[in-house]
Design a protein around this ligand. Structure first.
Ligand SMILES: NC(=O)c1ccc[n+]([C@@H]2O[C@H](COP(=O)([O-])OP(=O)(O)OC[C@H]3O[C@@H](n4cnc5c(N)ncnc54)[C@H](OP(=O)(O)O)[C@@H]3O)[C@@H](O)[C@H]2O)c1
Length: 248
């Protein structure tokens, strides 16, 4: 498939690598001009383009930027055909994104993204750490294969997202509609806890929506205490232990 990725940080770059290796035709963009693309990103085999080019003539567009940057790129989406699948990896972290009143007021994060873009999306790859995404993929059928949750409102988005997740080396766990995707937001038991599909099935309904923000903020406080920055990517093992201790 032809896939455009906007945002090539920890997650976007890893997706460029994985999806390129799976045989897809991947183009990537960030805030800079294509000539200034990091060589590490080009080493994935992806082609550097502008953000405008990343949304043109692609079957799938993946957004992997901080949530509070989504309004910056929203105007580009006016020209994206309805049948294109847009998959968003973002999460709301007020310590990084500043407070977004609609989300603070209870709007599900992915529904806020659909409001900003004015179109349907799928939500995926938001609930796995970038290092786990890079290193922990396994063949289909392996009993220890980690599952990545995803949500979408349209059947076509659901099918494409499921297929792409599986091609990155993980089981795809369908959590249902975007309105229910708070179950895969930061603070939920299935968020960045590297569970199998069977483990997700046994834990997803234990999520308590009202408790998620406090648990998310406790995790950020612990990361900041170690790393002095709310934007730091924690060491994979520490991040996993922290998420399991606080969220499950
Ligand atoms: N890190 C993780 O393990 C992880 C896991 C799951 C989900 N997520 C979520 O996925 C999203 C990306 O996270 P990340 O850690 O990969 O972020 P990151 O390392 O900070 O990278 C962000 C990327 O977005 C680009 N970007 C920012 N604003 C942009 C704009 N207006 N137009 C085009 N590109 C823009 C940046 O480009 P420049 O370099 O040019 O600024 C950069 O390539 C976040 O919402 C995060 O919460 C992260």
């Amino acid at each position: 498939m032809k896939i455009g990725i906007i945002g090539v940080g920890y997650i976007g770059k890893t997706l460029a690598l994985k999806l390129g290796s799976a045989g897809h035709n991947v183009s990537v963009a960030n805030t800079r001009s294509p000539e200034k693309m990091d060589p590490d990103v080009l080493a994935t085999g992806a082609k550097a383009v502008t953000a405008q080019q990343a949304i043109e003539d692609n079957e799938v567009i993946i957004l992997s930027i901080p949530l509070n940057r989504i309004p910056d790129i929203a105007p580009l989406f006016a020209s994206v055909p309805e049948n294109v699948t847009v998959i968003d990896t973002s999460n709301y972290y007020p310590a990084r994104d500043l407070k977004i009143n609609r989300i603070e007021g209870g709007l599900v994060e992915s529904l806020w993204v659909t409001e900003q873009l004015g179109r349907p999306i799928a939500k995926a790859w938001n609930a796995i750490g970038s290092q786990s995404l890079k290193k922990n993929g396994k063949s289909s059928g392996d009993s220890d294969r980690i599952a990545i949750p995803f949500a979408a409102d349209r059947g076509t988005d659901r099918n494409i997202t499921k297929k792409l997740i599986e091609e990155t080396g993980f089981d795809a766990y369908d959590t249902g509609l975007l309105a229910d995707s708070w179950r895969q937001q930061p603070g939920a038991p299935i968020y960045c806890t590297d569970l199998t599909a069977a483990q997700i099935a046994s834990l997803i309904d234990t999520a308590e929506r009202a408790r998620l923000p406090a648990r998310r903020d406790l995790a950020v406080a612990a990361i900041m205490e170690r790393m002095s920055s709310a934007e730091a990517n924690p060491d994979a093992d520490f991040g996993l232990r922290l998420s399991r201790a606080l969220y499950i």
